[in-house]
Write a protein that binds this ligand. Structure first.
Ligand code: HEC
Ligand code: HEC
Ligand code: HEC
Ligand code: HEC
Ligand code: HEC
Ligand code: HEC
Ligand code: HEC
Ligand code: HEC
Length: 445
């Protein structure tokens, strides 16, 4: 059998020889000319693992007849875009994992309220330079452009880009070209292009956490270039974003689906557990176990769940219910979406402040859990949201608010003397009220 394979392979090799020689010339030409025309780009490629393993310009940029974005360039049919499909020829596992992840689907946001804000309240160019540069846009073609890509859509390296070949995403969202360095992808700056700012400040949270402190003060000990990079075996000083969400542990291989270790999704107004959330939580706990004991890790999750449940029950549920009633009764002054103060107040309550609090608690950033998080939630809920709800004059929601402030023990504080409340903290009544929140399981939904 083996011999037969060798014979067949030899025949194929001979037949392909002329073609291969052609190909070698084409490949050589790309490098020779671009070394002169775009020396920076060439040097990035030349210093990469790809160049070391003989993966050339043409391996990535070659196109087939019929590819929508293919064009003739110096005697070769190429495409400028190199999509996950193109990388998957050599990196199948990574591409398959990535295609099924939330990351790959991040370009499908056009029907969201965020998208309405960008396209209508701001305007189209803001959506392209903002949202789509992180999430990814739809790549469109323009027959008059030298590389066939429409200016309004490319350049773009959004993580969920919608490509002409039907694939989703762009690998160079994290693996910056043309070095495609693994050490670069493992560092927090890689994720920080997108995971920062008022509505998802993971980068800032990481920087202020003990983990960030240990990383930035010990970076040279992190062994970032190593092919094998298992937490606790190849490095030990600190976890990076990649360590917790993507990289290998003693029992888990590298994953390109950043959702595999998450038990919650903290993105919607009211948090939701992921499917199979207990298993996913165990995946994350295995990362922690390289450096922490189980009691410490369970304690962290209890504190984290505590903040999530507190935010959900005390603020997110009532404000979301109130908004639903107001929409049902059509009791806002202006008709258009986001044309009333109250809509903006509610939006920032969950989309900015409430997320910051939950993200801070998830990733050990105390300033985000409190000052940028729950402090703002509480202040704006009691002193902006409630007065603006009353101002609508909608009796159904006014009754809802009155009832909540009078009868819900979590909200009764406004009507009671401080001395009494302080006593309740001392005698443990307050703590008892919130005790249930620390259960790792949240049954109410
Ligand atoms: C004789 C010089 C030369 C050769 C050979 C050459 N290129 Fe280029 N290439 C250029 C120049 C110059 C540009 C800048 C745009 C232009 O003028 O077409 C360019 C542009 C490109 C672009 C970007 C197109 C765009 O506008 O987005 C890609 C991708 C590219 N080359 C890849 C290749 C590949 C792959 C090969 C080998 C098959 C190759 N080039 C061979 C000179 C060359
Ligand atoms: C490992 C795959 C890979 C190799 C090898 C590679 N490229 Fe690229 N190249 C990419 C990716 C990915 C992009 C970004 C395209 C996109 O947005 O889809 C790109 C973009 C480009 C662009 C347009 C971007 C710009 O900044 O103008 C040029 C030009 C280019 N490559 C030329 C080359 C040349 C020349 C070589 C060889 C020296 C080369 N590439 C080798 C993957 C590769
Ligand atoms: C023709 C095959 C081929 C194509 C196409 C290809 N690669 Fe690679 N890639 C390799 C080889 C070979 C290596 C080196 C051996 C290894 O690490 O697997 C490598 C290594 C890598 C590494 C690890 C680099 C390091 O520092 O260790 C990354 C990341 C990577 N490729 C990303 C990509 C991306 C993203 C694309 C598409 C834009 C791509 N590759 C296209 C063959 C390819
Ligand atoms: C700086 C990069 C960046 C910009 C700009 C940006 N986003 Fe996002 N967006 C993200 C990240 C990162 C997340 C995920 C946050 C998380 O998981 O905590 C996200 C989450 C979302 C979600 C929630 C998706 C879900 O699965 O629930 C929507 C919808 C969204 N963004 C739409 C938009 C729109 C529309 C715009 C422009 C008005 C925009 N974003 C601008 C990075 C960005
Ligand atoms: C969200 C960021 C991100 C995106 C997007 C991404 N990668 Fe990676 N990739 C990483 C990180 C981080 C590592 C390093 C994992 C580790 O610690 O070994 C990595 C490692 C790799 C490696 C080295 C082999 C390995 O599994 O360790 C290859 C090859 C690779 N990625 C290919 C791809 C391809 C192909 C795509 C697009 C389909 C892609 N990556 C998209 C972050 C990303
Ligand atoms: C180019 C922008 C971009 C980069 C770079 C990026 N992300 Fe994301 N990430 C997003 C967006 C957008 C979402 C939200 C996707 C959605 O829900 O539609 C997201 C979602 C996530 C999620 C939630 C996934 C889920 O299944 O719920 C995690 C975890 C995550 N990213 C981690 C990372 C890590 C770690 C890195 C760096 C190694 C990284 N991301 C790099 C844009 C980015
Ligand atoms: C010590 C481990 C660790 C590090 C380091 C870490 N994270 Fe996380 N991350 C977590 C945990 C734990 C959660 C919550 C998991 C859950 O839902 O069970 C989380 C949640 C997330 C989410 C989901 C948020 C949502 O809205 O649902 C994103 C996105 C994310 N992290 C991105 C990042 C980025 C980007 C970095 C680096 C700047 C980072 N993480 C660093 C452990 C970590
Ligand atoms: C590579 C090692 C490493 C990994 C992996 C790791 N940590 Fe840590 N963690 C540390 C170090 C070091 C400290 C600082 C200890 C100290 O304060 O003396 C720390 C501190 C903490 C703290 C205390 C924060 C504070 O401000 O006091 C918590 C909580 C924590 N880690 C939770 C986790 C969780 C949960 C995971 C997994 C999702 C995790 N860690 C993964 C190394 C790690």
């Amino acid at each position: 059998m083996k011999r037969l394979t060798i014979i067949i392979t030899s025949i194929l090799l001979l037949a392909g020889f002329a073609q291969a020689a052609d190909r070698a010339t084409v490949e050589g030409k790309c490098m020779t000319c671009h070394k002169e025309k775009s020396p920076g780009l060439y040097q990035q490629w030349y210093s990469s693992e790809h160049s070391l393993h003989n993966v050339t310009c043409y391996d990535c940029h070659k196109a087939e007849k019929g590819d929508k974005d293919a064009f003739m360039h110096e005697g070769a049919l190429i495409a400028t875009l190199v999509t996950p499909n193109d990388c998957s020829v050599c990196h199948t596992k990574e591409s398959e994992e990535f295609q099924r992840s939330h990351h790959a689907k991040a370009g499908k946001i056009l029907s969201s309220n965020d998208a309405y804000l960008a396209h209508v309240v701001a305007g189209e160019p803001a959506a392209i330079g903002g949202c789509e540069t992180c999430h990814g846009g739809v790549m469109k073609l323009d027959k008059n452009s030298p590389n066939l890509l429409a200016k309004g859509t490319w350049p773009n390296s959004g993580i969920g880009r919608i490509n002409p070949d039907g694939s989703l995403g762009s690998c160079n969202a994290c693996h910056t070209r043309h070095e495609f360095s693994i050490a670069q992808a493992r560092q927090p700056e890689t994720c920080g292009k997108c995971h920062l700012g008022p509505d998802h400040p993971q980068k800032e949270i990481y920087e202020e956490s003990k983990h960030g402190i240990m990383y930035f003060t010990n970076k040279e000990k992190m062994n970032l270039d190593s092919d094998h990079w298992v937490v606790g075996e190849d490095y030990y000083s600190a976890p990076t974003c990649a360590t917790c969400h993507l990289s290998a542990t003693p029992n888990q291989p590298v994953t390109h689906d950043a959702g595999e270790r998450l038990s919650w999704t903290l993105r919607p107004p009211i948090s939701k557990h992921q499917e199979d959330w207990e298993e996913k939580r165990d995946n994350m706990k295995e990362v922690c176990s390289a450096c922490h004991g189980p009691v410490f890790v369970d304690g962290h999750y209890a504190q984290f769940d505590g903040v999530v449940n507190l935010y959900d029950q005390k603020f997110a549920k009532p404000s979301t219910e109130v908004m639903a009633i107001i929409k049902k009764n059509k009791s806002l002054e202006n008709e258009a979406n986001m044309s009333n103060d109250l809509e903006w107040t509610y939006w920032e309550l969950w989309h900015h402040e409430g997320r910051r609090a939950r993200h801070g608690a998830a990733m050990m950033g105390p300033d985000y859990t409190w000052w940028h998080g729950m402090y703002e939630v509480a202040k704006h809920f009691y002193f902006n949201f409630i007065p603006e709800v009353r101002a609508t004059g909608d009796q159904e929601v006014i009754d809802y608010i009155d009832n909540m402030l009078a009868n819900d023990p979590m909200h009764q504080w406004m009507d009671r003397p401080t001395a009494e409340l302080k006593k309740d903290i001392q005698n443990g009544k307050m703590q008892a009220m919130f005790k249930d929140y620390y259960q790792p399981v949240m049954d109410e939904k």
